[in-house]
Write a protein that binds this ligand. Sequence first.
Ligand code: DGL
Length: 273
Amino acid sequence: MSTAPIGIFDSGYGGLTVMKEIVKNLPEYDYLYLGDNARAPYGGRSFDTIYQYTRQCVEYLFDQNCHLIILACNTASAKALRNIQQKDLPNIAPDRRVLGVIRPTAEVIGRYSKTGHVGVLGTSGTVNSNSYVMEIRQQFPELTVYQEACPMWVPLVENQEYDSDGADYFIQQHIDGILSQSPKIDTLLLACTHYPLLLDKIKTYVGDDITILSQGEIVAKSLDDYLQRHPEIAEKCTTGRSKKFLTTDSTDDFDDHAKFFWGKEIASEFIDL
Ligand code: DGL
Protein backbone atom coordinates (compact mmCIF):
# COMPACT_ATOMS: atom_id res chain seq x y z
CA MET A 1 0.00 0.00 0.00
CA SER A 2 1.36 3.45 -0.82
CA THR A 3 1.82 6.00 1.92
CA ALA A 4 -0.74 8.78 2.37
CA PRO A 5 0.97 11.05 4.88
CA ILE A 6 -0.45 14.08 6.64
CA GLY A 7 1.21 17.05 4.93
CA ILE A 8 2.62 19.84 7.07
CA PHE A 9 3.53 23.00 5.21
CA ASP A 10 5.54 26.01 6.32
CA SER A 11 7.51 28.78 4.65
CA GLY A 12 10.66 27.24 6.17
CA TYR A 13 11.79 25.50 9.33
CA GLY A 14 9.39 27.10 11.79
CA GLY A 15 6.47 24.77 11.17
CA LEU A 16 8.51 22.07 12.85
CA THR A 17 7.48 23.58 16.21
CA VAL A 18 3.88 22.79 15.25
CA MET A 19 4.65 19.40 13.71
CA LYS A 20 6.54 18.38 16.85
CA GLU A 21 3.39 18.78 18.95
CA ILE A 22 1.20 17.13 16.31
CA VAL A 23 3.47 14.07 16.21
CA LYS A 24 3.50 13.95 20.02
CA ASN A 25 -0.32 13.82 20.04
CA LEU A 26 -0.82 11.66 16.96
CA PRO A 27 2.33 9.52 16.63
CA GLU A 28 0.69 6.77 14.61
CA TYR A 29 0.34 8.70 11.33
CA ASP A 30 2.81 9.15 8.47
CA TYR A 31 3.98 12.75 8.01
CA LEU A 32 5.45 14.71 5.13
CA TYR A 33 6.86 18.14 5.97
CA LEU A 34 7.53 20.73 3.29
CA GLY A 35 9.50 23.89 4.03
CA ASP A 36 9.62 26.44 1.22
CA ASN A 37 12.99 27.76 2.40
CA ALA A 38 14.01 29.01 -1.03
CA ARG A 39 11.29 31.67 -0.83
CA ALA A 40 11.15 32.25 2.94
CA PRO A 41 10.48 34.34 4.89
CA TYR A 42 6.86 34.86 3.85
CA GLY A 43 6.19 37.37 6.65
CA GLY A 44 6.64 40.58 4.64
CA ARG A 45 5.38 39.33 1.26
CA SER A 46 2.19 40.39 -0.52
CA PHE A 47 -1.10 38.57 -0.37
CA ASP A 48 -0.84 37.40 -4.00
CA THR A 49 2.70 36.12 -3.67
CA ILE A 50 1.97 34.16 -0.51
CA TYR A 51 -1.17 32.70 -2.05
CA GLN A 52 0.73 31.63 -5.18
CA TYR A 53 3.61 30.05 -3.27
CA THR A 54 1.36 28.31 -0.79
CA ARG A 55 -0.94 26.96 -3.47
CA GLN A 56 2.02 25.56 -5.37
CA CYS A 57 3.28 23.78 -2.24
CA VAL A 58 -0.18 22.44 -1.44
CA GLU A 59 -0.48 21.02 -4.96
CA TYR A 60 2.93 19.40 -4.56
CA LEU A 61 1.81 17.76 -1.32
CA PHE A 62 -1.39 16.57 -2.99
CA ASP A 63 0.79 14.97 -5.69
CA GLN A 64 2.64 13.16 -2.91
CA ASN A 65 -0.68 11.60 -1.88
CA CYS A 66 -1.44 13.84 1.12
CA HIS A 67 -5.20 13.89 1.73
CA LEU A 68 -4.92 16.27 4.64
CA ILE A 69 -2.54 19.24 4.81
CA ILE A 70 -1.91 21.54 7.74
CA LEU A 71 -0.63 25.02 6.93
CA ALA A 72 1.56 25.37 10.02
CA CYS A 73 2.61 28.83 8.87
CA ASN A 74 0.56 31.67 10.35
CA THR A 75 1.32 33.99 7.44
CA ALA A 76 0.16 31.39 4.88
CA SER A 77 -2.89 30.58 7.02
CA ALA A 78 -3.70 34.30 7.16
CA LYS A 79 -3.21 35.08 3.50
CA ALA A 80 -3.72 31.92 1.46
CA LEU A 81 -5.93 29.46 3.32
CA ARG A 82 -9.31 30.98 2.60
CA ASN A 83 -8.67 31.15 -1.17
CA ILE A 84 -7.32 27.62 -1.23
CA GLN A 85 -10.28 26.25 0.73
CA GLN A 86 -12.97 28.18 -1.08
CA LYS A 87 -11.64 28.72 -4.61
CA ASP A 88 -9.16 25.94 -5.31
CA LEU A 89 -10.14 22.82 -3.39
CA PRO A 90 -13.59 22.41 -4.97
CA ASN A 91 -11.87 22.31 -8.39
CA ILE A 92 -8.57 20.55 -7.80
CA ALA A 93 -9.24 18.18 -4.89
CA PRO A 94 -12.80 18.24 -3.53
CA ASP A 95 -12.20 15.21 -1.27
CA ARG A 96 -9.02 16.53 0.33
CA ARG A 97 -8.64 19.03 3.14
CA VAL A 98 -6.31 21.92 3.95
CA LEU A 99 -6.46 23.34 7.49
CA GLY A 100 -4.65 26.28 9.06
CA VAL A 101 -3.50 27.35 12.50
CA ILE A 102 -5.59 30.48 13.04
CA ARG A 103 -9.07 29.01 13.49
CA PRO A 104 -8.04 26.39 16.09
CA THR A 105 -6.27 29.06 18.10
CA ALA A 106 -9.14 31.53 17.84
CA GLU A 107 -11.50 28.80 19.06
CA VAL A 108 -9.76 28.50 22.42
CA ILE A 109 -8.10 31.83 23.19
CA GLY A 110 -11.14 33.18 25.04
CA ARG A 111 -10.83 30.40 27.63
CA TYR A 112 -7.57 31.85 28.85
CA SER A 113 -8.59 35.48 29.33
CA LYS A 114 -10.40 36.83 32.38
CA THR A 115 -10.13 40.51 31.44
CA GLY A 116 -11.32 40.01 27.85
CA HIS A 117 -8.21 41.78 26.50
CA VAL A 118 -5.87 39.58 24.45
CA GLY A 119 -2.72 40.38 22.48
CA VAL A 120 -1.53 38.74 19.25
CA LEU A 121 2.15 38.83 18.26
CA GLY A 122 2.94 37.85 14.65
CA THR A 123 4.66 38.71 11.40
CA SER A 124 3.67 41.89 9.55
CA GLY A 125 1.73 39.73 7.08
CA THR A 126 -0.29 38.02 9.77
CA VAL A 127 -0.99 41.25 11.65
CA ASN A 128 -1.87 43.29 8.56
CA SER A 129 -4.28 40.62 7.34
CA ASN A 130 -6.38 41.13 10.51
CA SER A 131 -7.20 37.42 10.32
CA TYR A 132 -6.84 36.87 14.06
CA VAL A 133 -9.01 39.86 14.89
CA MET A 134 -11.76 38.59 12.59
CA GLU A 135 -11.55 34.93 13.62
CA ILE A 136 -11.42 35.71 17.35
CA ARG A 137 -14.35 38.11 17.01
CA GLN A 138 -16.42 35.33 15.47
CA GLN A 139 -15.64 32.92 18.30
CA PHE A 140 -15.56 35.36 21.22
CA PRO A 141 -17.31 38.63 20.28
CA GLU A 142 -16.76 39.95 23.81
CA LEU A 143 -12.94 39.91 23.47
CA THR A 144 -10.86 42.93 22.50
CA VAL A 145 -7.87 41.92 20.36
CA TYR A 146 -4.64 43.95 20.18
CA GLN A 147 -1.91 43.15 17.68
CA GLU A 148 1.80 43.84 17.30
CA ALA A 149 3.99 42.94 14.31
CA CYS A 150 7.45 41.76 15.37
CA PRO A 151 9.43 41.66 12.10
CA MET A 152 12.80 41.21 13.79
CA TRP A 153 11.85 38.12 15.77
CA VAL A 154 12.02 35.61 12.89
CA PRO A 155 15.56 36.70 11.86
CA LEU A 156 16.66 36.55 15.51
CA VAL A 157 15.55 32.94 15.72
CA GLU A 158 16.91 31.94 12.32
CA ASN A 159 20.31 33.38 13.19
CA GLN A 160 20.28 31.56 16.53
CA GLU A 161 20.33 34.85 18.40
CA TYR A 162 17.29 33.92 20.48
CA ASP A 163 19.32 33.64 23.64
CA SER A 164 21.66 36.57 23.04
CA ASP A 165 21.72 40.00 24.65
CA GLY A 166 20.92 41.47 21.24
CA ALA A 167 17.58 39.69 21.29
CA ASP A 168 16.55 41.54 24.46
CA TYR A 169 16.26 44.88 22.70
CA PHE A 170 13.77 43.66 20.09
CA ILE A 171 11.84 41.48 22.46
CA GLN A 172 11.36 44.25 24.97
CA GLN A 173 10.46 46.69 22.17
CA HIS A 174 7.53 44.58 20.98
CA ILE A 175 6.39 43.36 24.38
CA ASP A 176 6.26 47.01 25.47
CA GLY A 177 4.51 47.79 22.17
CA ILE A 178 1.69 45.34 22.73
CA LEU A 179 1.28 45.81 26.47
CA SER A 180 1.15 49.60 26.11
CA GLN A 181 -1.99 49.17 23.97
CA SER A 182 -3.95 48.07 27.02
CA PRO A 183 -3.00 47.53 30.65
CA LYS A 184 -5.75 44.90 30.80
CA ILE A 185 -4.11 42.41 28.42
CA ASP A 186 -3.86 39.12 30.32
CA THR A 187 -3.24 36.70 27.42
CA LEU A 188 -0.53 36.93 24.77
CA LEU A 189 -0.61 34.66 21.74
CA LEU A 190 2.64 33.76 19.96
CA ALA A 191 1.08 33.70 16.48
CA CYS A 192 4.19 32.70 14.58
CA THR A 193 5.95 29.37 14.20
CA HIS A 194 9.28 30.80 15.38
CA TYR A 195 8.27 32.58 18.56
CA PRO A 196 8.17 29.55 20.89
CA LEU A 197 11.98 29.58 20.66
CA LEU A 198 11.92 33.06 22.19
CA LEU A 199 9.66 32.03 25.05
CA ASP A 200 12.26 32.20 27.83
CA LYS A 201 13.28 35.72 26.84
CA ILE A 202 9.67 36.84 26.32
CA LYS A 203 8.79 35.65 29.83
CA THR A 204 11.39 37.96 31.33
CA TYR A 205 9.48 40.99 29.96
CA VAL A 206 5.99 39.74 30.75
CA GLY A 207 4.54 39.56 34.25
CA ASP A 208 3.45 36.25 35.81
CA ASP A 209 -0.16 37.44 35.64
CA ILE A 210 -0.12 37.21 31.83
CA THR A 211 -0.63 33.85 30.09
CA ILE A 212 1.60 33.27 27.07
CA LEU A 213 0.15 30.85 24.53
CA SER A 214 2.22 28.89 22.02
CA GLN A 215 0.21 27.30 19.23
CA GLY A 216 1.71 23.85 18.75
CA GLU A 217 -0.28 22.09 21.44
CA ILE A 218 -3.48 23.93 20.56
CA VAL A 219 -3.21 22.97 16.89
CA ALA A 220 -2.30 19.36 17.75
CA LYS A 221 -5.31 18.99 20.03
CA SER A 222 -7.58 20.52 17.44
CA LEU A 223 -6.28 18.15 14.74
CA ASP A 224 -6.91 15.20 17.03
CA ASP A 225 -10.52 16.37 17.49
CA TYR A 226 -10.87 16.98 13.75
CA LEU A 227 -9.73 13.46 12.86
CA GLN A 228 -12.18 12.00 15.36
CA ARG A 229 -15.01 14.05 13.91
CA HIS A 230 -14.00 13.24 10.33
CA PRO A 231 -13.31 9.51 10.06
CA GLU A 232 -13.70 9.79 6.27
CA ILE A 233 -10.49 11.90 6.22
CA ALA A 234 -8.72 10.02 9.02
CA GLU A 235 -9.08 6.70 7.24
CA LYS A 236 -7.36 8.08 4.15
CA CYS A 237 -4.23 8.98 6.16
CA THR A 238 -1.85 6.04 6.56
CA THR A 239 -0.43 5.06 9.93
CA GLY A 240 3.14 3.87 9.37
CA ARG A 241 4.80 6.38 11.75
CA SER A 242 7.14 7.64 9.01
CA LYS A 243 8.43 11.22 8.90
CA LYS A 244 9.94 12.78 5.83
CA PHE A 245 11.22 16.35 5.52
CA LEU A 246 11.42 18.24 2.23
CA THR A 247 12.94 21.63 1.54
CA THR A 248 13.04 23.80 -1.57
CA ASP A 249 16.54 25.04 -0.66
CA SER A 250 19.82 23.61 0.62
CA THR A 251 19.35 20.45 2.66
CA ASP A 252 22.51 21.25 4.66
CA ASP A 253 21.05 24.58 5.67
CA PHE A 254 17.69 23.01 6.49
CA ASP A 255 19.24 20.26 8.61
CA ASP A 256 21.50 22.76 10.44
CA HIS A 257 18.57 24.99 11.41
CA ALA A 258 15.85 22.40 11.74
CA LYS A 259 17.36 20.70 14.75
CA PHE A 260 16.69 23.81 16.86
CA PHE A 261 13.00 23.70 15.99
CA TRP A 262 12.57 19.94 15.99
CA GLY A 263 14.80 19.16 18.97
CA LYS A 264 16.91 16.52 17.21
CA GLU A 265 18.82 15.90 13.99
CA ILE A 266 16.91 15.84 10.72
CA ALA A 267 17.98 14.59 7.29
CA SER A 268 15.92 16.48 4.72
CA GLU A 269 15.50 15.95 0.98
CA PHE A 270 15.61 18.65 -1.69
CA ILE A 271 12.70 19.27 -4.04
CA ASP A 272 12.68 21.60 -7.01
CA LEU A 273 9.31 23.26 -7.27
N1 DGL B 1 6.24 30.65 9.40
C1 DGL B 1 5.97 32.07 9.47
C2 DGL B 1 4.74 32.31 10.35
O1 DGL B 1 4.35 31.51 11.17
C3 DGL B 1 7.16 32.84 9.99
C4 DGL B 1 8.34 32.85 9.05
C5 DGL B 1 8.09 33.62 7.79
O2 DGL B 1 7.88 34.85 7.85
O3 DGL B 1 8.11 33.00 6.74
O4 DGL B 1 4.13 33.35 10.21
